[in-house]
Design a protein around this ligand. Structure first.
Ligand code: AMP
Length: 282
């Protein structure tokens, strides 16, 4: 069946009716929110979404609210035609592609605050970023009304913040975290990888190598030491942070911590800022 493309609330209401979403006979819906420029990582989320519900919706929206003034909003890749082909190929029933005007009224006042957790780690380098993410995600939830939403663990703090919002605001939606898809050489797939020259791409491989080196170790000090040892010998990496954190709170883990932790980093390679992480059992 063809993909239904909706651009606003009225289009969504019509599409939900056409697809029988929310009908008494079933018709559950899983949402995969994206900013487009879809790659294999997004496809893996769509496949996971298909296992969760009768229908899959993908949203494609480059959200101005989550970009800082010196970030790549205007040059962020926009590839709608091929994105729609990808969605059709993955059996997606509904694609929501709103404009910024549809999403944000000029006189809007109310937004979601990510709280203190939105100001640490990634949030310390991108002030207001998680407020923008949570605001758009809550709006997408309200517009699309999915039963389940699928997010990548690639954006681990984003996933943790969304789980926090769902818990704190009692949202009636299940959140599913999906594994990070990587190229064969370890580079995490990202829409931003297309900014990299072939030399920069080679340099960027240091990031996943550092995370994998850290993941071999079992104490916080050793994990961070092993990852730093890989990063520190690559002068073309400008590291924003390398942290070992609690997956739910993103607070740094102390020496003696046991259980799951996330080793996360952000770095610039040339003018491209990349993030990546791995989960480690300590
Ligand atoms: P984005 O379009 O970059 O906002 O990403 C949309 C969703 O895809 C987010 O939930 C991301 O975490 C997820 N995602 C991005 N890259 C990957 C990847 N390499 N593997 C799995 N999920 C990913």
């Amino acid at each position: 069946m063809d993909v239904i493309v909706a651009a606003d609330r009225a289009g969504l209401v019509k599409a939900r009716r056409t697809l029988g979403i929310g009908a008494p006979s079933g018709g559950t819906l899983a949402l995969v929110p994206t900013m487009g420029a879809l790659h294999e990582g997004h496809r893996s989320l769509m496949r996971l979404a298909r296992e969760q519900a009768d229908h899959v919706a993908v949203s494609i929206f480059v959200n101005p609210l989550q970009f800082g003034p010196n970030e790549d909003f205007s040059r962020y890749p926009r590839t709608l035609d091929t994105d729609l082909e990808v969605c059709a190929d993955e059996g997606v029933g509904l694609v929501f592609v709103p404009t910024a005007e549809v999403m944000y009224a000029p006189d809007r006042q109310v937004a979601v605050s990510a709280g203190e957790m939105g100001t640490i780690v990634e949030g310390a380098f991108r002030p207001g970023h998680f407020d923008g993410v949570l605001t758009v995600v809550l709006k997408l939830f309200n517009l699309v009304q999915p039963d389940v939403a699928v997010f990548g663990r690639k954006d681990a703090q984003q996933l943790a913040m969304i789980r926090r919002m769902v818990a704190d605001l009692d949202l009636p939606i299940s959140i599913l975290g999906a594994p990070t898809l990587r190229e064969a050489d370890g580079l995490a797939l990202s829409s931003r990888n297309r900014y990299l020259s072939s030399h920069e791409r080679h340099v960027a491989l240091t990031l996943s190598r550092a995370l994998f080196a850290g993941a071999e170790r079992r104490t916080p000090e050793e994990v961070l030491g092993a990852a730093h040892a890989v990063l520190d010998v690559e002068p073309e990496i400008a590291l924003d942070y390398l942290v070992l954190v609690n997956p739910a709170t993103f607070a740094g883990v102390e020496e003696g911590y046991t259980g799951e932790a996330i080793l996360a980093l952000a770095a610039k390679v040339g003018s491209t800022r990349l993030i990546d992480n791995v989960t480690i059992e300590l």
